[in-house]
Design a protein. Structure first.
Lengths: 457, 174
């Protein structure tokens, strides 16, 4: 009984009065999909046009890349990675967070996840798919990327299984497919609700097909629950392994500043950090744009701000560990690299990164900052910029300042680098905008369950 | 040919109470329908199987084993490459690929298993003929009993359900 009382209290905490009935939840979540005429959608169309234009920029830069080759980027023979790999690590970090947050909060019985897990998982899918494009574009000969897969071929060759690039390929593709299943199975009961609420034949048919004929049977709920929990148990190690593999892309090398055992866990926390900030930005957008104030409350922002504070502290500790091991290890190149990071060619980026990632999140010690959506969103965006700078400085500092002094060179991005970066952001926004108008952004059945604690004896 | 008596309730609590009472009264429960999972309902229906997890485990291990076998066969037997004297069978480096695809294998097995176990997709079901069944995915609750074959028993079961607080009772045959 006590767990039920706790849940009833939870429901009151996480759902504002306007959403505290089962029918209100259904109506609030379904309204943008089934009662489109209630909205003007003007802001949506403006955002859609902007993101479509940026997507066009991405398409053009990809096309130009395929025609001209990676010489159009700022990469040179020393700094061979540059923007594409930093963007890849940044996007995959954001792509990590949705499933990590959703699965971990499910296992920890954090019922407030019901308001954010759906769009966080959608974010994961889009971001991970975008991330997957970058290493392929960076291959130099992108049309041969399928050589990563083991298939019988006329050259009688197989992939090099010891290569971190191969691990990446499998980790990302498994992760995207896994996340798709995790997301879809949670959607099925909601699609059934929409099928049964829809007035138009078209909407009813489409929602009906994807709802697979779900009818809310207790036997089905039982099986779904088992599947969902097991998926969450599998999802957490998969997510952790995914970004650990990305960390190994660096750590399995022999470069100063990269070959560190802390990289895998430090990358995982960094992924959660930047991913959570993206969830916060999207939560604010969804809350305002789709009028979800009753379901996504200040309480949600406050608790997510606390998560950012915790992650910021861990990140700071990781940076300190890097500096400490460079000094304590006694390797000259490692020590020189740390000095170079603070005082060298990219020092502005490095200092900005430290300010954004370590300092500004400390504002969340104050409840007033945690409970102001404007503050949480602003800090969140800055942290996400900081996390992008972190990936840039990891790539640039080490490659510009390796063991061979004769090879030291700096890096300067080109217009195409920026077009591809901002284009990919536009493409992400485009996918998310379409998602908002096609599918329920908040999980109705999980919110109903949270509310039901009040109604049940 | 199945015959069901389907009773509609306003609240989850009423549904659970009626289901418990029906079990004690010896009326055989067929299923219950609700917009969210109700604690204890699956147990009342005798649905406690967690075999799906075993299938997921088997599926995951099978896919992981296949992946590992591919690595060993290709790198040790089919096309061995001596790369700086590293062992051809580099098992620590070989673990990541089986791990990642194994987890996906378990997820896919579970998804297929879930569909098979639930009999989905089944876009149309005779229950959808009930007027108002569309509410069970929104805010109503329904309890389905196996209808007794004799008419008199059936009538008393219907009365019993109404006594238990059902708003409506339908008889469904297919």
């Amino acid at each position: 009984m006590s767990s039920r009382d706790d849940r009833a209290k939870e429901a009151l905490r996480w759902i504002a009065p306007a959403g505290r009935s089962i029918d209100a939840v259904n109506a609030i979540v379904a309204a943008p999909l089934l009662e489109r005429q209630r909205w003007s959608w003007r802001t949506w169309w403006i955002a859609f046009a902007v993101s479509l234009a940026l997507t066009g920029a991405m398409a053009i830069s990809i096309a130009w890349l395929l025609i001209e080759g990676i010489g159009i980027f700022g990469n040179n023979t020393t700094v061979v990675w540059g923007f594409p790999i930093a963007n890849y690590v940044w996007w995959i970090g954001i792509g990590n967070a949705g499933t990590l947050i959703s699965a971990m909060l499910l296992l920890l019985r954090q019922h407030w996840r019901a308001s954010i897990n759906r769009f966080a998982e959608a974010m994961t899918l889009f971001a991970a798919a975008i991330a997957g494009i970058f290493p392929i574009l960076h291959l130099g000969r992108p049309l041969y990327f399928y050589w990563l897969a083991p298939y019988p071929n006329t050259m009688a060759l197989w992939p090099q299984w010891r290569s971190a690039l191969i691990w990446d390929f499998w980790a990302i593709s498994s992760y995207i497919l896994f996340s798709l299943l995790f997301w879809y199975i949670g959607l099925v009961p909601d699609l059934a609700t929409l099928r049964d609420r829809a007035k138009g034949t078209m909407a009813r048919t489409l929602f009906g097909i994807f709802a697979l004929g779900w009818r809310g049977s207790a036997r089905h709920w039982h099986t779904l629950h088992i599947y969902h929990m097991t998926m969450a148990c599998l999802g957490v190690p998969l997510v952790v392994s995914l970004h650990s593999v990305v960390g190994l892309d660096f750590a399995a090398s022999l470069m100063p500043g990269w070959a560190e055992t802390i990289f895998p866990p430090y990358f995982v926390v960094g992924a959660m950090y930047s991913g959570f900030t993206m969830v916060i930005v999207l939560a604010a957008a969804v809350r305002w744009g789709l009028r979800m104030q009753a379901l996504i409350t200040i309480e949600h922002f406050e608790v997510m701000a606390k998560m950012l504070l915790a992650a910021s502290t861990i990140m700071t500790l990781s940076y300190c560990t890097e500096w400490f091991t460079a000094w304590y290890g006694g390797e000259g190149a490692e020590r020189r690299l740390v000095v170079y990071a603070f005082t060298g060619d990219y020092r502005v980026l490095y200092w900005l990164m430290l300010v954004f990632n370590c300092v500004i999140a400390q504002a969340f010690w104050f409840p007033a900052a945690r409970r102001s959506i404007a503050a949480v969103v602003t800090i969140g965006i800055l942290i996400n910029v900081g996390m992008w700078l972190e990936r840039m400085t990891i790539v640039l500092n080490t490659l510009s300042h390796g063991y061979a002094v004769s090879m030291w060179r700096t890096y300067a991005p080109t217009l195409w680098d920026f077009l591809l970066l901002f284009g990919s952001l536009g493409f992400f926004a485009l996918l998310f905008l379409i998602f908002c108008r096609a599918l329920p952004v908040v999980s109705m059945h999980e919110t109903r369950r949270l509310l039901s604690a009040e109604a049940q004896p | 040919m199945s015959a069901l008596l389907v009773a509609e309730f306003h609240e989850a609590g009423a549904l659970t109470t009626a289901a418990r009472a029906a079990t004690s009264a010896g009326l055989p429960l067929a299923d219950a329908f609700s917009p969210f999972p109700i604690e204890g309902m699956a147990e009342l229906l005798g649905e406690t199987s967690t075999r799906l997890r075993i299938w997921m485990f088997v599926g995951g291990i099978a896919v992981a084993a296949l992946a590992y076998a591919t690595e060993v066969w290709s790198a040790v037997y089919n096309y061995p490459i001596d790369s700086g004297g590293r062992p051809e069978h580099s098992w620590p480096a070989f673990l990541l690929f089986p791990f990642a695809v194994g987890i996906f294998g378990a997820a896919l097995t579970g998804f297929i298993g879930l569909l098979v176990k639930c009999g989905l997709p089944r876009l149309h079901h005779p229950l959808f003929e009930i007027n108002g069944f569309e509410r069970v995915t929104q805010d109503r609750f329904m309890l389905a009993l196996h209808a007794p074959p004799a008419d008199a028993d059936k009538r008393s079961a219907v009365d019993w359900l109404k006594q238990a607080g059902a708003d409506n009772v339908w008889e469904l045959e297919w």
